[in-house]
Design a protein around this ligand. Structure first.
Ligand code: SF4
Length: 90
């Protein structure tokens, strides 16, 4: 029998290594649900954590109870503001 094997994948690719990198997902609410044009960078709840090594991690203060030592509870300053956004007056 010649032709494509419909519905079946012969020798599917095997994932090697650490797999998909964890994406920053520490937002209070879904990014984009806040005021247009604002980002986590301009939010009063953004927390900049700097380790003694000099590495900097961006977190959301409204989700502090969910913080871990990993990237999954990080945010990015460029992320669109979420519904918890409040103007940083500082
Ligand atoms: S916009 Fe503010 S409240 Fe929302 S995830 Fe970013 S830092 Fe947290």
């Amino acid at each position: 029998m010649n032709g494509p094997m419909l519905g079946r994948v012969k020798n599917p690719p095997v994932r090697v290594g650490k797999g998909t990198p964890t994406q920053p997902n520490g937002h209070f609410a879904r990014p984009g649900t806040g005021p247009a044009g604002e980002t986590c960078k301009t939010c009063a709840h953004r927390v900049r954590r700097e380790l003694r090594s000099g590495r900097v991690f961006q977190k959301c203060g409204k989700t502090k109870a969910r913080w871990t030592g990993g990237r999954g509870s990080d945010i990015r300053v460029t992320d669109a503001a979420c519904a918890g956004w409040e103007k940083d007056e500082a």
